[in-house]
Design a protein around this ligand. Structure first.
Ligand code: ADP
Ligand code: MG
Ligand code: MG
Length: 251
């Protein structure tokens, strides 16, 4: 599904190399987690995959179902099936959540050469999915993320994800700032979206999210590289011993 090879990334404005040869291969239906200390390049990886400005790829490739993501515009990446849920969801004053969702869904359908979803169909689907995520009708009418609590914003992002039906979902520290109940809701939402044709990359600083979203593979990232890959037990190892031992091994 996602094949990242030897990815090197530097900041555009500065001569600072952030990713130093990342290799990552995620198969269809698989859930991979990336853990690692702060500043290791986890968010940079997700930003570069989404096509955010400010970064320069100096080497390597990132293919989604065989198509080079790095050659695509951000909208094309979304249309190709990539979805990113960010650590800090943006607020969009003046744009109703429902309108935003419908615009996003139809823009994606258009980019894929599919027919628009009718207003009636959209309403039915969005209500159904919102219910699963315990998002009430009131929240759907409010401006996007404005005045939402941390947990509401994250649930709203999972709703966006559910509506866009992506193939490859990347969650960057979706658990940060969430209390246990909100984290459970978000995890349940994600778990409900797991399927054979959809893969996930879950980026997290802490192990606790992985108690709820059980990964198939865990990677440890440090200083711009993946230094270790293993099964779910690797996350528990980090939980118990911290990163120090792994970092010492990885050097
Ligand atoms: P993580 O998500 O693992 O905490 P980041 O990808 O956010 O790591 O950051 C990796 C490194 O790159 C850090 O040293 C960070 O300070 C630096 N960095 C990332 N983006 C920028 C930027 N736009 N300007 C300056 N430094 C940046
Ligand atoms: Mg960080
Ligand atoms: Mg980060």
């Amino acid at each position: 599904m996602l094949e990242i090879k030897n990815l090197h990334v530097k900041l555009q404005e500065e001569d600072k190399q952030i990713l130093k040869g990342v290799n990552l291969s995620i198969g269809p239906g698989e859930v991979h987690a990336i853990m690692g200390p702060n500043g290791s390049g986890k968010s940079t990886l997700s930003y570069v995959l989404s096509g955010r400005d400010g970064y320069e790829v100096t080497e390597g490739s990132a293919k989604l179902e065989g198509a080079e993501l790095l050659d695509m515009e951000p909208e094309e990446r979304a249309a190709a099936g990539l979805f990113l849920a960010f650590q800090y969801p943006v607020e969009i004053p003046g744009v109703g959540n429902m309108t935003f969702l419908r615009t996003a869904v139809n823009a994606q359908r258009k980019a894929r050469g599919e027919e628009e979803m009718s207003a009636g169909e959209f309403l039915k689907v969005v209500r159904e999915k919102a219910k699963t995520l315990k998002i009430d009708a009131e929240m759907l009418k409010r401006p996007v993320n404005v005045g939402f609590s941390g947990g509401e914003k994250k649930r709203n992002e999972i709703l966006q994800m559910a509506m866009l039906e992506p193939r490859m979902c990347i969650l960057d520290e979706t658990d940060s700032g969430l209390d246990v109940d909100a984290m459970k809701l978000v995890s349940e939402g994600v778990n409900a979206l797991r399927s054979e044709g959809r893969s996930f990359l879950v980026i997290t600083h802490y192990q606790r999210l992985l108690d709820h979203i059980k990964p198939d593979v865990v990677h440890i990232m440090a200083a711009g590289r993946i230094i270790k890959t293993g099964g779910p037990e690797l996350a528990l190892e980090v939980e118990h011993n911290g990163y120090a031992d792994l970092l010492a091994e990885g050097v």
